[in-house]
Ligand binder design. Structure first.
Ligand code: AMP
Length: 266
């Protein structure tokens, strides 16, 4: 399974990715985590990314594309992966398309966690305050002013990706403001639909003969029956003993004919 989780910072991509990792035995490829590790290790990539990340901006496309390409080639990503935080720009998405085509990999879904930005900002502020109160370390870029910058970057550079993937008909949207279990259930439903469609690719309905002629014949037979019935009724009403007896004794002539015609048509 190969997925992309889209959504602004704080939308719950990380939470959902971790759950999917445990459920499907795939890996979470978070470019944010990879870059933070590079910064901590002081690698050349980390040195390039450090200040940009601290200000809430985006690291250059070629830097992130290169680290994602290397990561996808690792053995643990062979079973599948969730891209979390990548792609973040249309050029990154285009580079990813080319990269996956070269590696012979196909995406299963792009899931967009839709959120209300104002509520989101409030939520993150509360979470940060709670962490600080517990004495837990808080990410420097979760500070309100940097977070605002990250959300702006998302709106301008990342949000257009929804249109990009919608055009490719792989985009699925989920209400990211719903409680976590509901978001998880919605994602699971999307993935189950994808798996079902994959299990039966291009499945066609069995070839059935056209029902049209049958219907016409049925309608004609019905009309004939109605006419026969009306004639019988009229004859019985007239007091014709012969007609009335005939109507009682003999089944409608049209019935066996109609059956024969329908069998033939099938
Ligand atoms: P995240 O943990 O995904 O919110 O990412 C934290 C920071 O890492 C972002 O604010 C960016 O500075 C940088 N970053 C992560 N992913 C990307 C990406 N795909 N492209 C550019 N910068 C990124």
């Amino acid at each position: 399974m190969r997925l992309i989780l889209l959504g602004p910072p704080g939308a719950g991509k990380g939470t959902q990715a971790q759950r999917l990792v445990a459920k499907h035995g795939i890996v979470q490829l978070s470019t944010g985590d990879m870059l933070r590790a590079a910064v901590a290790a002081g690698t050349p990539v980390g040195l390039k990314a450090k200040d940009i990340m601290a200000s809430g901006g985006l690291v250059p496309d070629e830097v992130v594309v290169a680290i994602v390409s290397d990561r996808i080639d690792q053995p643990d990503a062979k079973r599948g992966f969730i891209l979390d935080g990548f792609p973040r720009t249309v050029p990154q998405a285009q580079a990813l398309d080319r990269m996956l085509a070269q590696k012979g990999i196909k995406l299963d879904a792009v899931i967009d966690l839709k959120v209300n930005e104002e509520i989101l900002l409030g939520r993150i502020a509360t979470r940060v305050a709670e962490m600080q109160a517990r004495g837990q370390p808080v990410r420097a870029d979760d500070r309100p002013e940097v977070l605002k910058q990250r959300l702006d970057a998302y709106r301008v550079q990342t949000a257009p990706l929804a249109g990009y993937y919608a055009k490719k008909a792989v985009l699925k949207s989920v209400d990211g403001m719903a409680p976590i279990p509901q978001v998880s259930a919605a994602i699971d439903r999307i993935l189950a639909q994808g798996t079902a469609a994959k299990a039966a690719p291009g499945r066609k309905k069995p070839n059935k003969p056209s029902r049209k002629p049958v219907r016409r014949k049925r309608a004609a037979a019905k009309a004939g029956k109605a006419r026969t019935g009306a004639r019988k009724a009229a004859s019985a009403k007239k007091g014709s003993k012969r007609g009335a007896a005939k109507a009682r004794r003999k089944p409608s002539k049209s019935k066996p004919n109609r059956r024969r015609r329908l069998t033939k048509a099938r």
